[in-house]
Design a protein around this ligand. Structure first.
Ligand code: DQA
Length: 142
């Protein structure tokens, strides 16, 4: 399977951004572990990080013909981006939402996900393992 992985805004700061919440793993290290896990499952991956809403929609569109499934951490856009929600729905790729932290246990504004209803599953609160679980879930889509 071809898996498109998208990390949303501020995730380029992993490692130095609120380590008490997001840990000390950098985005490069997280991506390396996503690649390793994907390889074990026999997947090919394309991994991107983008800070802009439009940029994310453009990445989704540009890679939608290649990808069999999408693993996305929309980051703060999770909570309010109807544009990203609509793009996921419009492209019709099976999507899995991921969060490093447990958004249901943090500030009230993080408890809403406008993207979750257009995703097949959501994995949260387990750091890199949230991504691994999302990849395992994709394996079940075959
Ligand atoms: C996040 C949670 C979001 O609320 C936050 O805005 C992020 C990261 C997570 O992975 O835990 O940037 O998506």
């Amino acid at each position: 399977m071809n898996i498109l992985v998208i990390h949303g805004p501020n995730l380029h700061l992993l490692g130095r951004r609120k380590p008490e919440i997001y840990g000390r793993t950098t985005l490069a290290a997280l991506n390396a572990s996503i690649k390793r896990h994907s390889a074990k499952l026999g997947f090919k991956t394309r991994i991107f990080q983008a800070n802009g809403e439009g940029e994310i929609i453009d990445l989704l569109t540009a890679n939608s013909a290649w990808a069999d499934a999408l693993v996305i951490n929309p980051a703060a856009y999770t909570h309010y981006s109807y544009a990203i929600r609509d793009a996921i729905e419009a492209l019709g790729l099976p999507a899995v939402e991921v969060h490093l932290s447990d958004i249901s246990e943090r500030e009230p504004f993080r408890r809403t996900s406008v993207t979750k209803p257009v995703c097949r599953a959501q994995f949260k609160g387990e750091g890199a393992f949230s991504y691994f679980k999302a990849l395992d879930f994709c394996a079940g889509l075959k």
